[in-house]
Design a protein around this ligand. Structure first.
Ligand code: 5GP
Length: 190
């Protein structure tokens, strides 16, 4: 998606040679008009399959997913919780995930009330790196006997194995921008 690539080149900052900081439009301040373009593009790419619900993960996925849902007939958006939430009790699907950016492991949890057998779930997230977050969400969808119809990613770091991980689980991946490499703190796309 050219508009997104242009924005990354203008506003993205490469940290420690492997993290892209895009806080000015994606991860802190949010450019809603741009998110709306993401929604149109995901709708085009996933138009062949029925979607009954969108699943994402807190925190950065939530804003993106809510705008994207408006292009999928306003289907409900569910976000997996990373924080301990005692109110959820035992009525949860959960999966163990390794965080790429924080280098620690945590559970993601979704109440059993909000993913139902037969749901057609589109998973949305901001970044794809090693695929751990998306893999955890696919695991949760499958625990619920629902169908992960695809993973829609805003920015994929194509030099990390996330895509192979997701495709090996037989789930389609669509990314709006795929980064080939960071070189001298510059971003190069595939
Ligand atoms: P994965 O689970 O695929 O290894 O990593 C994806 C998650 O890590 C995303 O949800 C995102 O929050 C975070 N992440 C991974 N790489 C980057 C990056 O380069 N920049 C930012 N801002 N977040 C990243």
């Amino acid at each position: 998606m050219e508009l997104l690539k242009k924005r990354i080149l203008e506003d993205g900052v490469v940290l420690n040679g492997n993290i892209l900081k895009v806080d000015s439009f994606l991860n802190h301040q949010m450019d809603v008009a741009l998110f709306n373009e993401f929604g149109k593009e995901f709708k085009r790419r996933f138009s062949d399959t029925k979607v009954t619900k969108i699943l994402t993960i807190e925190a950065s996925g939530i804003g993106i997913a809510t705008i994207v849902a408006q292009h999928f007939d306003n289907v409900p958006v569910v976000f997996a919780k990373k924080m301990d939430d005692s109110k959820l009790g035992n009525n949860v699907y959960q999966s163990y995930v390794h965080s790429f950016t924080k280098n620690k492991d945590y559970f993601v949890r979704v109440s059993k009330d909000f993913i139902n057998e037969g749901d057609q779930i589109l998973i949305i997230d901001d970044f794809l790196a090693n695929g751990c977050a998306a893999k955890g969400l696919i695991d949760i969808v499958r625990q619920a006997n629902a169908n992960p119809i695809g993973v829609g990613i805003v920015i994929e770091k194509g030099f990390q194995p996330g895509r192979e991980v997701i495709e090996s689980l037989d789930v389609k991946v669509e990314s709006l921008a795929i980064i080939d490499r960071f070189d001298n703190n510059q971003v190069y796309f595939k």
